[in-house]
Write a new protein. Sequence first.
Lengths: 315, 275
Amino acid sequence: MVLFLAKRTVGLLATLLAVSIVVFLVMNVLPGDPVLVILGIDSTPDAQAALREQLGLNAPLLERYVSWIAGVLRGDFGTSHSFGVPVAGLIAERLPLTLSLALSATLLTVVLALALGVFAASNHRKAGDWGVMTLSQLGIAVPAFWLSMLLVLLFAVRLRWLPPGGFPGWSDPAAALRALVLPTVALALVQAAVLARVTRSSMLEVLRLDFTRTALATGLSRGRVLWRHVLPNALVPVVTIVGMQFANVVTGTIVIENVFYLPGLGRLIFQAISNRDLMTVQALVLLFAAIVVTANFVVDILYVLIDPRLRGRLA
Amino acid sequence: MSARPSLPVSLVLGGALVAALTAAALLSLVWTPHPFAAIDVANRFQGPSADHWLGTDQLGRDMVSQLMAGARTSVAIAFVAVVLGGAIGTALGLLASAVGGIVEDAVMRLADFSFAFPALLFAIMLAAVFGPSLANAIVAIAFINIPVFARVSRAAANQVWTREFTLASQVAGRGGFAITVDHILPNIAAPVIVQATIEFAVAILAEAALSYLGLGVQPPAASWGRMLSEAQTLLYLAPQLAIYPGLCIVAAVLGFNLLGDGLRDITDPRLSRRP
């Protein structure tokens, strides 16, 4: 187990290093000139030279990468060209909102998907199963940003139950939570459609196994067998998908924050793009990619915790 | 099972949706009820009528014409991105399978690694460097297709390499490239085509999201995603503008997903008995 953890951790660090190199190369080597993009092609050479110096673009590539990544490791993501403040500060202000949104959406996804998946599996080949599968096929096809607009139309414009967007800040927790309801639901419904399918088919596999029949034969209730015996054994594929979905939800927040005007990292990335603020974009892309990679790493570890049989094989 | 199994429902339904989408996209090349970008401010926010079947938008542009032009954009971008990414990915997968060893490991490691960059992040990086454009969106969507096709084609090709006719070819002295072209490629076509159908759906969703965010199709070109982003500012005034483009996206994505499922059911007999 220790060996397995050590190997995976080394793998994670290597991947993160590779991610940082790719992000840096894409942002710095592709033939676009950030100075021209920021100032426009009719700017004076003097202004271009000054900005180039200010952005530190004159140093050799390797030196720039090393100084950037050394800063990142100390929590220093450089200075935002458009906001004029350290990028780390911008991130720290906005991270709680994005993380709350991603975590609450993932939680809601899992709750909805397990309920729907178990319901569909226990009603296999009946109307309930068919209904869940049809909903799920539709849900997979709905873009989260359009679902958001429909939710706003219904719950904000028509019923006026919830705000259509914006964020009042954490000082009023009730208002903050109300502002997060629709974004969370929009993110979760689409992901739950996928996860409910996976849960259903994994449950159906386990339902066919001998121990399920034995458990039923000993007189345990059907509900108890489903939730206590079948579901835990059906979780391995479910956990894999949840890990991938957490990554989807995190990048999904980029879109959803823009739909609901939420001041999180996703909004920041778009403000940074329209201001041509490369340092901020670079830091945020690295952060998002790192979250995706780390989520996959956590899934690998969870696997082994859930299914002890994998321990011997993987270590 | 009956001697002659009927076509799966998903295949028929998906095929119909995809056919309708493709027909609308092709028709828009030669005919739309009105020029799709024609502005007619006097007739803005019209309801459905004989002249404007689904009404007009905030600039008096005809809704049906814009939706048809949007279908063309969606199909064209998805096609270019999936063919580009699919060709590169399949070539890499075939190479990995034919050569094996370090090359195979390297290709698969790269495929694993590239999952760290969802299309949106990739498009964001490109937009920051080059400014937002349609080309960036296509490159970003094509890029995420490469690892998907590399994995599918390698897995399928590895199976074909163990079959007798491939072994016989090897014994007869044919090289890896010739065997790949003559025997492997035709035998992995089915799973690759199924994957391509599903990736079409993914690409249509990705294009819609990128255009919605302003990172894809630029005005005045029509795009469902961009129509939705314009409609969002008018949700209180003209909610109907937010409905039709979304329904089109759902129908298109649903169509390709169902078609992919159906094709998989008829090309992979092992799955036909699945629950």
